[in-house]
Design a protein around this ligand. Structure first.
Ligand SMILES: Nc1nc2c(ncn2[C@@H]2O[C@H](COP(=O)(O)OP(=O)(O)OP(=O)(O)O)[C@@H](O)[C@H]2O)c(=O)[nH]1
Ligand SMILES: [Mg+2]
Length: 352
């Protein structure tokens, strides 16, 4: 079987066997399953349609501002920096973008500010464009999902599980959110409807032991991937934050290379707060990748640039809706294009 890759758009275009391609088969589904939560709003819309609201917030102001400005001087760059900061890009990152834009404009005889800006934005994100790979292993690949309350953890688990399932990977879910009464039920219901086993104990059970049991059970059944849900928590909840570190420690007793991926789920509408969350969670567990959700909503999108610039962590996926297929492998160029709008041959950008 080899390595399982969550496919990017360009990989999808190259794939000759659509049936073996989890993402494209997901996106071409035309008849949603009414029994599956989220399937009612399954979508095959392109990314720029899903990010329309974010684009209006991010680029709307930027494009109005850039329209008709031809001279690149310090006043313009100051104004541009202010616009970037208003789009949720942190000050330090905005500074770096402006320095790069200034340099690039100086090196060009007839600087095209929009093109230069687009290029700089892509350069910041590019190193974080690293899709999640699941290698062939003798023990289950353990994917631990962490984040604050309501960030979109459980929804993201459903979306990832569906992509794996469509790619013929066997999956088992661990109901590690033992804190909130409805959480175990939410995951169990979803698992039943999708034929994905869920290992759970009651509310109040020890999260680490639920996840440990799940990994053991997956090993016994030959299941390839375990996705472990955890309770939402704030960095100020010391007990819950310590519990996360314990979860990671306990899993290691079974397999000292696990968890193989710890995904931090961040709500894209929380702006700069995402950076603090990433730092706080990274202090407790070894965060190996990010998922930024809700980019279809009121997010401005600038948060990703700050995350990329400050943390250099892989951004594995972006969440672009509540539907089961609304999870995209992160691609820097695609994201920037969707955020800025189409660039026409004359270099001008249209926001839709
Ligand atoms: N619009 C939109 N909504 C999303 C996205 N991802 C998740 N949501 C919604 O966000 C809400 C919270 O999602 P959950 O998956 O329950 O979040 P959670 O992190 O598991 O929450 P807790 O378990 O309470 O900590 C739900 O209403 C989801 O439908 C997304 O990409 N776009
Ligand atoms: Mg949850």
């Amino acid at each position: 079987m080899g390595i399982f890759s969550f496919l990017k758009k360009k990989d999808k275009a190259a794939a000759s066997q659509p049936a073996a391609d989890p993402v494209s088969s997901a996106e071409t589904v035309s008849s949603p399953d009414p029994e599956v939560p989220g399937d009612q709003i399954a979508t095959s819309e392109p990314l720029d349609t899903r990010l329309k609201k974010s684009r209006n917030r991010f680029a709307g102001g930027l494009l109005d501002f850039l329209g008709g400005r031809t001279k690149v001087d310090e006043e313009l760059l100051d104004d541009l920096e202010a616009q970037l900061i208003m789009s949720d890009i942190g000050v330090a990152t905005a500074d770096r973008i402006i320095a790069a834009v200034r340099q690039s404009a100086r090196n060009s005889k007839e600087p095209d500010l929009q093109k230069i800006l687009r290029q700089q934005l892509i350069e910041i994100l590019q190193p974080c464009e690293q899709s999640l790979q699941i290698p062939e292993m003798s023990t289950p690949f353990v994917l631990l999902i962490v984040g604050v309350n309501g960030a979109g953890k459980t929804t993201t688990i459903g979306k990832i599980a569906r992509q794996l399932q469509n790619g013929d990977k066997s999956v088992l879910l661990a109901a590690g959110d033992t804190f909130r009464a409805a959480a175990v039920e939410q995951l169990q219901t979803w698992g039943q409807r999708n034929n994905i086993p869920v290992v759970a104990q009651g509310t109040g059970a020890d999260s680490a032991s639920v996840i440990f049991d799940a990994v053991q059970s997956a090993k016994a059944k030959g299941v390839e991937v375990v996705i472990a849900d955890t309770a939402g928590r704030l960095h100020t909840q010391a007990g819950l934050m310590d519990e996360l570190a314990k979860v990671a420690r306990v899993i290691k007793k079974f397999d000292d290379t696990a968890p193989h991926e710890t995904l931090l789920v961040l709500d894209g509408t929380t702006g700069q707060n995402g950076l603090n969350q990433a730092r706080e969670f990274s202090a407790k567990v070894n965060v190996t990748g990010l998922v930024v959700t809700k980019l279809d909503g009121s997010a401005k999108g600038g948060m990703l640039f700050t995350l990329a610039d400050e943390l250099k962590l892989p951004i594995r996926f972006i969440g672009v809706g509540e539907g089961i297929y609304d999870l995209r492998v992160f691609e820097a160029g695609d994201f920037v294009d969707a955020l800025l709008g189409d660039t026409s041959p004359d270099g001008s950008i249209h926001s839709g």
